[in-house]
Design a protein around this ligand. Structure first.
Ligand SMILES: *[C@@H]1O[C@H](CO)[C@@H](O)[C@H](O)[C@H]1NC(C)=O
Ligand SMILES: *[C@@H]1O[C@H](CO)[C@@H](O)[C@H](O)[C@H]1NC(C)=O
Ligand SMILES: *[C@@H]1O[C@H](CO)[C@@H](O)[C@H](O)[C@H]1NC(C)=O
Ligand SMILES: *[C@@H]1O[C@H](CO)[C@@H](O)[C@H](O)[C@H]1NC(C)=O
Length: 268
């Protein structure tokens, strides 16, 4: 059976074809439907796309492993080609529960800012490295001079621990959720903050360290209490799996208003 999976992957590579090896009847995990290109690891090896393998725990929780790191799948949307996941460390109604893993944009695809129609990039093999991305390309501008912009589905959130209190709009105090408790027995007590929306290396204050990074839904987090931010961590963040339909695009692959994918350049 392993040979069959290998043959399937090889076929995908040779044909630059990602949609699926063979479509099979959808599977389910609890109330979630797992359809092509997704497959469960318990499905026959020739079903779905091996790059989009999910796991089912006790017929209740669907699990996505990204670099062997565990995320619970909250929703798969087959119209707009997204999947919403939560880090396995984040617990419902426990604002002191943190993501177990760091996840950064770099792990989730290259977006190459705005593009005119003449720019050619070689991204033919991107989908193998990045089956999931944190953005989807949309077409903007007039038809005769289209531009393609990556629309972010999720944004970066950074957990920062500091030896001294910090007073900066970039540092959002986590209040009682992460201060005290766990860290209270540290002689130099630690002050815990989060940053949402990004900061530069030069914004990192003295005696502060980056603890962890994760993704959140795109929203305005200004003045939002940490508890509320945590409830959005519990809701999970969206990733796009549109790459499964773009393997044969030479350049940008964008999604139109009808949720269909198109190549901007050659299609192999
Ligand atoms: C899994 O759960 C679904 C819905 O809760 C149910 O319809 C289905 O029969 C269950 N499958 C197994 C193998 O237990
Ligand atoms: C995809 O659809 C879901 C459910 O309707 C929605 O919550 C989400 O914002 C949509 N995402 C994008 C990128 O359109
Ligand atoms: C705090 O931790 C130190 C060792 O790290 C230990 O000796 C001390 O008893 C702890 N104090 C309390 C109040 O738990
Ligand atoms: C595109 O996907 C969104 C989100 O699921 C859905 O609401 C919308 O109806 C879809 N549009 C088309 C034209 O299918």
């Amino acid at each position: 059976m392993a040979r069959l999976l290998f043959a399937c992957l090889l076929l995908l590579l040779l044909l630059f074809q990602t949609s699926n090896c063979y479509p099979c009847a959808p599977s389910s995990c609890g109330s979630q439907t797992i359809s092509n290109p997704f497959r469960l690891n318990s499905d026959p090896l020739n079903c779905g796309n091996p790059l989009y393998t999910l796991h089912c725990e006790k017929n209740t929780s669907t699990v996505l492993y990204l670099d062997s790191r565990k995320y619970y799948v909250q929703a798969i949307n087959y119209d707009n080609l997204t999947i919403r996941v939560v880090d396995a460390g984040v617990k419902k109604n426990e604002c002191s529960s943190l993501p177990t893993f760091s996840l950064t944009y770099a792990r989730l695809g290259n977006s190459r800012s705005a593009y005119g129609m003449f720019i050619i990039t070689v991204r033919r093999l991107d989908y193998i490295s990045y089956p999931y991305t944190w953005f989807q390309y949309k077409r903007t501008g007039p038809r005769w001079f289209p531009k393609y912009k990556p629309l972010p589905l999720s944004q970066m959130m950074i957990f920062i621990n500091c030896a001294n209190p910090v007073n900066s709009p970039l540092y959002l105090d986590t209040g009682a959720c992460l201060n005290g408790g766990k860290y209270s027995n540290v002689s130099l007590s630690i002050h815990s903050y989060v940053n949402v929306g990004g900061m530069k290396a030069s914004d990192l204050m003295e005696k502060c360290s980056l603890e962890r990074m994760t993704l959140l839904p795109v929203k305005d987090y200004k003045n939002m209490p940490f508890k509320e931010i945590h409830s959005l961590l519990e809701y999970g963040f969206e990733l796009s799996w549109h790459s499964s339909r773009c393997g044969s695009c030479e350049a940008i692959c964008y999604i139109d208003d009808s949720n269909r994918t198109h190549c901007t350049g050659w299609q192999y």
